[in-house]
Design a protein around this ligand. Structure first.
Ligand code: 4AD
Ligand code: MG
Length: 464
């Protein structure tokens, strides 16, 4: 079954050689006893043209060459007379590996994103999803390469955990208990002692706390794995299962952290421009005409570094000048995505790293500023996306961290392993989390986060 991939076949110039290609028929047309097949094998957005003469093939085989069918083609590589392609294949032998009749769900062009989500097994065969999925792979490679080259260690944090890092309580519980027969104690509480782990556990919302243990030993680590949030957010930016990259660095202060956030994102965007050109050009033509311009724009700009308090002042001024927002934005409010996008897309017209948030709207682990009311968070806000990175300097002082934990009424019993990092040899450190799918949204120009992951999980939706 030796074959040449289409991406390689299109680069070959040894015209006259025999070649075998395999793939799926994108389209077939014919005239005057000659047929032309556009064949795609997923290695590239580009198709290779197969040319055949009807008289050389039996009629039954030719009839089976329909859109979606899978073929093995043996023939001669020839220089193509057609514009836009160097080579094509003059077919000598065609074998239909998998037929595809007219019940094929992707017959029609221009199927909606919503419809395509219902045919997940076919979705990757479309041009757009092929492009998105190749870019997704490339972004994963960019991320591993960046961190490896910068001396970070890939650190594996658990998916099943007893700790709620973000403290938001949006966790998916994991249990082997018989849900039809739950034993409760005298106070009505469920007894987990006979559950698989002997305690209540859930899928992780973030690997950060465990990551901090890695960073305070190895210096610099990163995680890259699935993350689960049972938040009932039915938006184009939220998934219940998404992938997150979480670097954590010892001896980093706020400045170092912001520099890393900016350098890292720019590296990923540059990687896409350097390695995914064909796919990006396709998306720029078919999905978002400003995509390439926006990607190149991000590389040129220095990100704005904006304290939350100044951000609120800008938003208040905009309201005075007649701007209407759906949600309030007084000092102390969590910014809604409309506020973030106003700052990024209308006011500054470039990415913003927002810093020093009120402590009431951020997680317990962030380092408290001397003003006693703001914390050293460093979120990166992006055009089209809003928040793409959430990060902060961590509170490394045991007493201050405990004071915040107690103020929030959190249980410390299950956090002792984490607090140990502050008990013995505590060190200044910082880190952030990048939502992988939000990065893919930005890099592809797609509008809905469900369309940048092969199998999206959202409220009331867990198909396939
Ligand atoms: O801002 P978040 O909640 O931060 C954390 O989890 C920290 N523990 C990260 C850290 O400092 N190590 O999430 C980080 C990022 C967000 O900025 C967003 O890009 C993405 O994760 N994200 C989601 N992406 C898709 N669907 C969701 N439901 C998401 N929730 C967060
Ligand atoms: Mg956040």
């Amino acid at each position: 079954m030796k074959r040449t991939k289409v991406i390689d076949a299109l680069k070959r110039t040894d015209f006259g050689s025999e070649i075998t290609v395999m793939g799926w028929v994108r389209s077939k047309r014919g005239s005057k006893g000659i047929f032309f097949i556009a064949l795609n094998d997923g290695s590239t957005i580009k198709n290779i043209q197969i040319v055949g003469e009807d008289q050389n093939f039996d009629e039954e085989t030719v009839k089976l060459i329909t859109t979606g069918a899978c073929l093995r083609v043996v023939g001669t590589l020839v220089e193509s007379p057609a514009a836009g392609q160097a080579s094509e294949v003059q077919a000598r032998q065609i074998e239909v590996l998998g037929t595809c009749d007219n019940t094929y769900p992707l017959q029609k062009k221009g199927a909606s994103w919503e419809y395509l989500r219902t045919v997940a097994h076919m979705r990757p065969r479309t041009n757009t999803f092929g492009a998105v999925l190749r870019i997704r792979h490339n972004m994963a490679m960019a991320i591993h390469t960046y961190f490896h080259q910068h001396g970070f260690f890939y650190f594996h944090t658990p998916l099943i955990t007893a700790s709620d890092c973000e403290g938001a309580g949006n966790m998916f519980q994991v249990t082997t208990k018989n849900l039809y027969d739950l034993r409760r104690d005298d106070e009505g509480k469920i007894d987990y002692s006979d559950d698989f782990f002997g305690q209540q556990v859930a899928l992780t919302v973030s690997g950060q706390l465990e990551g901090e243990l890695g960073a305070t030993a190895l210096g610099q680590i990163y995680t890259f794995g699935p993350t689960f949030r049972a938040e009932n957010s039915n938006t184009p930016r939220h998934l219940a299962e998404f992938w997150m990259i979480e670097p954590e660095m010892a001896f980093y202060d706020k400045q170092d952290l912001m520099d890393l956030e900016e350098d890292f994102i720019k590296y990923c965007v540059r990687w896409a421009l350097d390695n995914c050109r064909d796919d990006l050009e396709f998306l720029n033509k078919m999905v978002d005409k400003t995509l390439l311009e926006r990607l190149e724009g991000v590389l040129k700009e220095s990100f704005v570094r904006l304290p939350y308090t100044e951000g609120i002042e800008i938003l208040q001024q905009a309201i005075k000048d007649g701007k209407k927002f759906e949600f309030p934005c007084e000092w102390g409010d969590d910014l809604a995505s409309e506020h973030e996008r106003y700052l990024v897309e209308e006011h500054f017209k470039k990415p913003v790293i927002m810093t020093d948030y009120p402590k009431e709207i951020k997680a317990f682990y962030m380092k408290l500023n001397d003003d006693g009311r703001t914390m050293q968070g460093t979120d990166v806000l992006f055009p089209q996306i809003g928040e793409i990175i959430g990060g902060s300097v961590r509170e490394e002082n045991y007493d201050k961290l405990m004071a915040e934990i107690n103020r929030r009424g959190m249980e410390t019993e299950k956090l002792e392993w984490y607090l140990d990092t502050r008990r013995w040899g505590s060190c200044p450190h910082a880190g952030f989390g990048l939502g992988f799918e939000r990065l893919i949204l930005f890099v592809t120009g797609m509008q809905n986060i469900r369309d940048v992951i092969p199998f999206p999980r959202t409220p009331k939706n867990c198909e396939f």
